[in-house]
Design a protein around this ligand. Structure first.
Ligand SMILES: N[C@@H](CCC(=O)N[C@@H](CS)C(=O)NCC(=O)O)C(=O)O
Length: 207
C-alpha cells in the first residue's frame, strides 16, 4: 500500500488523482500545516513540504512530478504515460518539468512571498511579480495546447491533472480559464473524470 502525505489544496492533489486513476491501494496521511516539526514529518520530508509518498516497499519519495511519473510507471496498465521513448512521452516530460519550474514555483512566490525576500517591505512586490509570471507561464501552456481536450490531444496523461491542480491554485481560476479557453477545456474534461470527482471535494469542500 502507498501512504500519501497529504494536505488540502496542495501538491498532493495530482499524485492522489493518479493513484485513483491507477486503482492503487493507498492511504492518506494528513499533515497539519505548521505541525511538521512536532509530528515528525521532517523525518519523511526534511523540507517539510507536501506531498511525500511512502511506496509499498517503504521507500520515501518527495517531489510531486517525480511521484506522478513513478505512479504512472508502476501502473502501466493505466496508460498514464505514452510509450517509453516516444515523442508524446517527451512532450509530457517537457511540460511537466515546465509546470514545476515555472508554475508551481510562482505559486510559492505568490503565497509564501515573505520567504523570497530579506526585506519584509518587499513581499508585496514579490507577489505582484509572481502573479505576472504565473499568467505568462499559463499563456505559454495555452499556446501549446491544440484541439485537446488533453495536452496530448485524445490521450490523457500525468500532465493533465497536474495542470488542473495548478490552474485551481490561481487566485482567480475562473478569470484565468476565461482568458485561456484551451486550458479551460482541458480542466473541465479532467474534472469530469471519475478519479477526479472522487477526490475533488477533499481539496475543495462544497459550502
Ligand atoms: N517541489 C516540491 C514543492 C512542494 C511544495 O512546495 N509544497 C507546498 C504545498 S503545495 C508546501 O508544502 N509548502 C509548505 C512549505 O514549503 O513549508 C514538489 O513539487 O513536491
Amino acid at each position: 500500500m502507498y501512504q500519501l502525505y497529504w494536505a488540502q489544496e496542495t501538491g498532493a492533489m495530482a499524485p492522489q488523482i493518479l493513484l485513483e486513476e491507477a486503482g492503487a491501494d493507498y492511504q492518506r496521511v494528513i499533515v497539519e500545516a505548521g505541525m511538521e516539526e512536532k509530528t515528525g514529518y521532517l523525518a519523511i520530508n526534511p523540507r517539510g513540504q507536501i506531498p511525500a509518498i511512502m511506496l509499498p516497499d517503504g521507500t520515501i519519495m518527495t517531489e510531486s512530478a517525480a511521484i506522478a511519473l513513478h505512479i504512472a510507471d508502476s501502473h502501466p496498465e493505466s496508460k498514464l504515460l505514452p510509450a517509453t521513448g516516444s515523442t508524446e512521452r517527451a512532450q509530457v516530460y517537457r511540460w511537466l518539468f515546465y509546470a514545476v519550474a515555472n508554475l508551481y514555483e510562482t505559486d510559492l512566490r505568490l503565497y509564501d512571498s515573505e520567504r523570497f525576500t530579506t526585506n519584509p517591505d518587499c513581499a508585496d512586490s514579490v507577489k505582484r511579480q509572481a502573479r505576472k509570471d504565473m499568467d505568462r507561464a499559463f499563456e505559454l501552456i495555452e499556446q501549446q495546447l491544440g484541439d485537446g481536450p488533453y495536452l496530448l490531444g485524445e490521450q490523457y496523461s500525468v500532465i493533465d491533472p497536474y495542470l488542473l491542480m495548478l490552474a485551481y491554485w490561481h487566485e482567480q481560476p475562473s478569470e484565468l480559464l476565461a482568458r485561456n479557453p484551451r486550458l479551460k477545456r482541458l480542466c473541465e474534461t479532467v474534472q469530469q473524470r471519475p478519479a477526479v470527482q472522487r477526490i475533488w471535494s477533499q481539496h475543495y469542500p462544497v459550502g
